[in-house]
Ligand binder design. Structure first.
Ligand code: FAD
Length: 488
């Protein structure tokens, strides 16, 4: 089994034909960074799994400048790695010798239209700033992920990000009407249509959504807006097991319909880890329980009262033994405190030493079965491993994370990553699930994709790559192996 964590020492591709000088002349030399101190920030990723290397970070400010750089790189045979906010969790945004193209300066909101319910944004806009602009026109852009203060919309679309409101609004892919993309040869495809209906030929934007910068560079997008919710209720409930959590979700769905926006599950170990390590967090319910759920209802109307609705459902669930205890936030600050318990989970886990992480999905109905099987299997492999499963259970997406046994050396634990992958991913595939639910494949899961994907699917992916990027210069070695058997 290939080890996903080791990256053989790569060479840094040396830019030919005065490439950097040409780029500097076009975009300004202050936007071509080569000093190790200046570029260090772009070369470290959240999980510390990879150290990137690059001859330079280039920071164009317009789509035309992106097109110029890509065309110049194509001419010089220089491979490129696009990067947005550098919050990706699978190493897709890390260069291993290639030129790093940062989209951060493309950060203009080009148009907001509350009648069309659309916003046209450039790829470098920070997700949070898009939320605020939508609110200014009394609308909602519903993509919510814990990294929203730093991730950028181009990265969100390139990874088809998920998050905590997928249950109601879908993944990033479903929130896009149009795209503008720079192709591998430097041509600009202007697909920035604001249309709700457009069946004129192939839906080309899908080629670039979720393909992690391997088929084109997204420079702008038309996003869908939604009516802004005027009421929101957040509840935190203790449940005896994941099956009870699903029963609670069914009740909420049956009574609240689409108002059920978020339904997240976490195990006891996760909550205790957050409470132990994250200052200011507060135990939400008395005592300890095996599993917890964070649920949120929201609606753009006051036609019915969500507070009484959720209260009634929680009472019914408690009478049926599905809920052991629950609390409903009575203010914005209480709701924020409940949300922190979920959103601080990854940060808190870092304090418990090494973590082996799996971002997987199974059909929603099979989550309880998956958890039973996967927990038993990893504990059989390493009896004192500390599982920390949590995630978007309403979407069937579990972050099946494992914290190292107390006292074990971190490196010894991480050396077992590939073995744990096989155990967990075999179960996922047997249950008709996916080994990459929302974070993508990047570099981390490339071998896993090659191992598990349908051979015909892999062949089609290769064919698409060859058609759109025949020289293999866009994010080579990510998602699928690059040219010439490279193993960056
Ligand atoms: P980057 O990390 O910069 O890049 C990600 C990938 O997209 C790379 O392959 C890169 O080459 C490519 N790319 C970037 N910009 C472009 C572009 N303009 N054109 C083409 N390709 C491009 N993800 C979820 O889905 N759901 C979550 O709930 C979630 N929670 C997170 C919580 C935390 C605390 C953190 C740190 C991360 C979380 N993530 C989550 C992962 C990450 O935030 C998302 O993958 C996000 O969409 C990445 O955006 P970014 O701008 O940081 O992209």
């Amino acid at each position: 089994i290939p080890m996903p964590l080791t990256v053989p020492p790569p060479s840094v591709t040396t830019p030919a034909n005065n490439l950097l000088a040409r780029i500097a002349e076009r975009i300004g030399e202050q936007y071509v960074l080569t000093e190790p101190k200046e570029i260090a920030l772009y070369l470290r990723e959240e999980r510390g799994l990879y150290d990137g290397r690059t001859p330079a970070v280039v920071k164009p400010g317009t789509t035309e400048e992106v097109a110029f750089i890509v065309a110049a790189c194509a001419e010089a045979g220089m491979p490129i790695v696009p990067q947005g906010g550098n919050t990706g969790l699978v190493g897709g945004q890390m260069p291993f010798g290639q030129l790093l193209l940062s989209l951060a300066r493309l950060d203009r909101i080009r148009q907001v239209d509350p009648v069309d319910m659309t916003m046209t944004v450039e790829a470098g806009c920070i997700l949070d700033s898009i939320h605020r602009v939508a609110e200014d026109v009394d609308c909602l852009f519903p993509l919510h992920i814990a990294s929203q203060g730093s991730c950028r919309i181009g990265g969100n679309l390139a990874t088809n990000a998920g998050g905590t409101a997928v249950l109601r609004y879908g993944n990033a892919r479903e929130l896009v009407l149009g795209l503008e993309v720079v192709l591998a040869d430097g041509r600009i495809w202007n697909g920035l249509k604001r249309l709700r209906k457009n069946n004129a030929g192939y839906d080309l934007k899908q080629l670039f959504l979720g393909t992690e910068g391997t088929l084109g560079i997204i420079t702008a997008a038309v996003l869908k807006l939604f009516p802004r919710p005027v009421q929101r209720v957040t509840a935190f409930a203790a449940v005896p097991d994941p099956a009870a959590a699903l029963a609670l979700m069914r009740r909420l769905r049956a009574q609240a319909g689409d108002a059920l926006t978020t339904f997240e599950l976490m195990a006891s170990f996760g909550l205790e880890t957050v409470l132990k390590h994250m200052p200011g967090t507060v135990r939400p319910l008395a005592g300890r329980h095996p599993w917890y759920v964070l649920a949120e209802l929201s609606a753009p109307t006051r036609a019915f009262d969500l507070g009484s609705l959720i209260e009634q459902v929680l009472v019914e669930s408690s009478e049926s033994g599905e809920v052991d205890d629950a609390t409903i936030a009575s203010s914005e600050s209480q709701a924020a405190a409940l949300w922190r318990l979920r959103e601080d989970m990854s940060e808190a886990q870092k304090h418990e030493g090494g973590s082996i992480k799996h971002d997987v999905s199974v059909p929603v109905s099979r989550v309880p079965d998956f958890l039973t099987r996967a927990l038993a299997a990893v504990e059989a492999e390493m009896p004192d491993v500390r599982p920390c499963p949590f995630g978007h259970v309403g979407d069937g997406n579990i972050h099946f994370n494992l914290s190292q046994p107390a006292g074990m050396a971190k490196a010894d634990f991480l050396a077992r990553w590939a073995g744990f992958n096989r155990i967990v991913h075999d179960i996922v595939i047997e249950m008709d699930g996916s080994i990459a639910a929302e974070h993508g494949i990047g570099r981390l899961k490339r071998e896993e994709l090659a191992h598990y994907a349908d051979p015909v699917a892999l062949e089609l992916m290769e064919q698409l790559k060859n058609a759109l990027d025949p020289a293999g210069l866009l994010n080579p070695g990510k998602v699928i192996a690059g040219r010439g058997g490279d193993d960056i």
